[in-house]
Design a protein around this ligand. Sequence first.
Ligand SMILES: *[C@@H]1O[C@H](CO)[C@@H](O)[C@H](O)[C@H]1NC(C)=O
Ligand SMILES: *[C@@H]1O[C@H](CO)[C@@H](O)[C@H](O)[C@H]1NC(C)=O
Ligand SMILES: *[C@@H]1O[C@H](CO)[C@@H](O)[C@H](O)[C@H]1NC(C)=O
Ligand SMILES: *[C@@H]1O[C@H](CO)[C@@H](O)[C@H](O)[C@H]1NC(C)=O
Ligand SMILES: *[C@@H]1O[C@H](CO)[C@@H](O)[C@H](O)[C@H]1NC(C)=O
Length: 338
Amino acid sequence: MSVVLAFIAISTSLHSKPGDPISPGKVAFHELSLNASKALRRAGFNFTATLFQVSPEIFLSSPNSTIFAIQDQVISNSSLPPWLLKDLLQYHTCPLNLPMDELLKKPQGSCLPTLHRKKNIAITKIDLEEKSIEINHVVVSHPNVFLGKTISVHGVLEPFSSLDPQDVHQGWNIIQAPICDSTSVLVSDVLESKNMVEWSWIVRLLSSNGFIPFAIGLNSVLDGILEDYRGLESVTIFAPPSLSSLTSASPLLKRTVRFHILPQRLTYQELAALPSGMLLTTLSPDLHVEVRGTASFEQGLVVNGVKIAAPDMFSSKNFTIHGISRAFEVVQAPDTPV
Ligand SMILES: *[C@@H]1O[C@H](CO)[C@@H](O)[C@H](O)[C@H]1NC(C)=O
Ligand SMILES: *[C@@H]1O[C@H](CO)[C@@H](O)[C@H](O)[C@H]1NC(C)=O
Ligand SMILES: *[C@@H]1O[C@H](CO)[C@@H](O)[C@H](O)[C@H]1NC(C)=O
Ligand SMILES: *[C@@H]1O[C@H](CO)[C@@H](O)[C@H](O)[C@H]1NC(C)=O
Ligand SMILES: *[C@@H]1O[C@H](CO)[C@@H](O)[C@H](O)[C@H]1NC(C)=O
């Protein structure tokens, strides 16, 4: 658990820009997160309480927010890697301040936005007499754990989306958002269902096998890839052990990560069968990779001069991942101002 917390703390500080959390001031921000943290600890939500102290920006990156804290045991039992856990926490944060009274005024079936890739949560049941409410079929068991001027914190016993490892393997995204009426939700559902690549599984595989910088980089530029490549059915990924441009979601990081991905699945054998020197298109359309055999076949293939160290390291029907010995060097596009 502490490893997870430490990782989240590090990866969120990597991604946060100075002045990112919009707050009346640093002191008030600190005080608010401290107050929320104390209230959560009193209510037995120690995990979220600790996160509020080490990485309040996960929850407080929007001016107003409602946080649904998940019970400790569920979180500590989950085998999710930290970055997926962060996605999950953002899915439990709504960028509107909704104390229980406000929640009870919403019509049953209505949807609320979250901080996670614009996915919504749905109010699936409202009982005005009991003053109880269910979100994604999960009861809000601890209403109003903390109420601040701009935030509300409630407790829930279960997460809003399955943490079952079986489900995590199903699609690119662990978060199963409910179907809502609003058009924005329908649009994003269509967008996701059109991209056939199991991105969350890929991120998981990379991260749990030591390709952590690349996994973090990929995860942080995924939104753009999903937007730009809606019909994508399969990919080849050249995974380097490290990335030098791992600083926030910069244009360079985006370019670098995309440079390592081909919009088609090519196994090592298929790559070897290509004419030597052939250029292949990447997800960064102006950047190509060149595949060559080395003088002796045993030394294998090189891509852009970099050796494929672990051919077909992981693969499924729709992707294959080759481990490479170092990252490709990104050259500035001729028409890009420096
Ligand atoms: C935090 O709690 C203290 C003591 O209860 C209170 O005086 C202060 O206004 C609170 N600050 C915020 C930002 O909620
Ligand atoms: C939560 O923290 C409090 C105070 O630090 C401690 O007394 C309690 O045992 C903790 N609960 C759990 C479930 O770890
Ligand atoms: C935050 O909430 C306050 C009070 O409800 C509202 O006036 C303000 O516009 C909200 N800010 C944003 C950015 O939604
Ligand atoms: C967590 O796991 C332990 C043992 O692995 C189990 O006894 C316990 O019931 C689980 N708790 C929850 C809330 O799933
Ligand atoms: C793989 O792509 C095919 C289309 O080529 C698609 O029908 C299938 O659902 C995809 N598999 C997964 C696991 O997404």
